[in-house]
Design a protein around this ligand. Structure first.
Ligand code: DUC
Ligand code: ZN
Ligand code: ZN
Length: 464
């Protein structure tokens, strides 16, 4: 007797899509029975269960794994990202994501342990499972030694920035990467050139160029390319430390990743829906509308979008995450007369799965390809596989029933993110998640959260 059986779905497995019934016991996938093996007798073949779901006509996807979120993230002057772990994970659940890995942040004078405790406190109300990456804001003996403690706490990846107040210099980057190589962890890197952006920003503002569109002009693609190249060179010198370049936006950066990968360097690349689906024409919108798309790196050209799709298809980009970091339009208005004061970040935690399965299919990607980009690969790279990110016996029963025929126009009012706009207003997707299951429990159905609050579990991640 199983807890749950899902019948008649098309299961999106790593080996392809199969018509099969799936049984859940104790929160895990307990059995998978292809229907072709038992024609007309599926009810008998898989066995009985307390709860039954008919997935006729629907795809059953592995629950989405979003490895780039900033929930409840303090920015400055008391300003925080608009979604906390409750609202953000409810939105994630409804949108078909069952695991997030959020970026905990070391305080300039604080320890990594303190930061982890703070983030675990923030995450208490989480409604999907969650892990943490640890952002390193200060490089000294204490931090370097604490990196090993993080591994024993299940935090097996770190983040470094080349811009913002927590940016590291080249010596610090080298030191962290060398330590990470020794520990077997993965360092994720935000790549942009700080000095060039600072100079251009000051110049633009001095010329009275303060509108949101100048945000993009202040940080062109070569800023990203230079920083990606620099990090790859440093990583190669620092014992070939594996690195994961977050939110790739453009050819200028990805070309260096392609070259490094072709030489066998361990480098992994992520992009996000906004860089695949939105372009820099958004900065030409009237009034202050462009502020909604002020994020870093900024949106790029249509040619860059095309390059990113090709990099997905040729296997250079392995992960599509969100960088979900919303601020309300009101909060964005802090930068009404100075683009550099606009809080950086956009939406996506709820929209990602619908957007990527719809647009990805149009690009010729298969359901299995898309499940790898949005679930399997991130779970593997960040030490959660095969517990997360795949449909196979023994894995957590984190599943999404995806209705490929539920054409939906995304608007702010149908979403649950705690913010007053979506970057994808008016985008029509071919299909939509109809139900989300976390460890065998239905937590979202027909765009409503129906789970128990606060049932998300902290995932202690293995070394990748
Ligand atoms: N970029 C953003 O736009 N927001 C959060 C952090 C980042 O790197
Ligand atoms: Zn970033
Ligand atoms: Zn980010």
């Amino acid at each position: 007797m199983y807890d749950l059986v899902i019948r008649n779905g098309k299961l999106v497995t790593e080996k392809g899509v199969i018509d099969a019934d799936l049984a859940v016991l104790g929160g895990k996938i307990a059995n998978i029975v292809p229907r072709s093996q038992a024609p007309g007798t599926d009810a008998v073949s898989i066995g009985d269960s307390a709860e039954k779901i008919d997935a006729e006509g629907k795809y059953v996807l592995p629950g989405g794994v979003d490895v780039h979120t900033h929930l409840d993230m303090p920015l400055r002057d008391g300003l925080k990202s608009a979604d906390d772990f409750v609202t953000g994970t409810i939105a994630a659940a409804i949108g078909g994501t069952t695991t997030v890995v959020d970026y905990a942040c070391q305080e300039p004078q604080g320890s990594l342990k303190e930061a982890l405790n703070v983030w675990k406190g923030k995450a208490k109300g989480a409604c999907v499972d969650y892990g943490m990456h640890m952002t390193i804001a200060r490089v000294d003996d204490e931090t370097l030694s604490e990196m090993a403690d993080m591994v024993s706490q299940g935090v097996t990846s770190f983040k470094i920035y080349l811009v913002y107040d927590m940016r590291l210099n080249d010596e610090e980057i080298y030191t962290v990467l060398e330590r990470s190589a020794h520990l077997g962890t993965l360092v994720t890197v935000h790549c942009e050139n700080y000095g060039v952006i600072r100079y251009r920003t000051k110049k633009l503002l001095a010329e009275g160029k303060a509108d949101p569109k100048y945000h993009a002009i202040s940080r062109p693609d070569r800023c990203e390319g230079e920083a990606v190249n620099r990090v790859l060179q440093i990583a190669a010198m620092a014992d070939m430390a594996p690195v994961y370049i977050v939110h790739n936006t453009c050819r200028e950066g990805v070309k260096y990743i392609e070259e490094a990968r072709s030489m066998g360097q361990p480098v992994f690349a992520e992009t996000c829906p906004q860089y695949l689906l939105l372009d820099d024409s958004k900065y030409e919108l009237p009034g202050f509308e462009g502020a909604k798309y002020v994020m870093s790196p900024p949106l790029r050209s249509k040619a860059d979008q095309e390059y990113l799709w090709q990099a997905i298809k040729n296997g250079t980009i392995k992960v599509i995450a969100t960088d979900h970091c919303p601020f309300t339009f009101e909060e964005k208005k802090i930068g009404l007369h100075n683009f550099s004061a606009i809080p950086n970040g956009g939406t996506g935690i709820e929209e990602r799965i619908a957007l990527m399965y719809s647009e990805g299919r149009k690009q010729g990607l298969s359901y299995t390809d898309l499940s790898k980009l949005t679930a399997t690969n991130p779970a593997k790279l960040f030490g959660m596989y095969p517990r997360k990110g795949t449909i196979r016996i023994g894995s957590d029963a984190d599943l999404v029933l995806y209705d490929a025929d539920r054409k939906t126009t995304i608007t702010h009012d149908i979403l649950h993110e705690n913010v007053d706009y979506t970057c994808y207003e008016g985008v029509t997707v071919d299909g939509y998640p109809a139900m989300t299951i976390l460890r065998g429990k239905v937590i979202a159905k027909d765009r409503a959260f129906v789970g128990e609050m606060g049932k998300g579990q902290f995932i202690r991640r293995d070394l990748p």
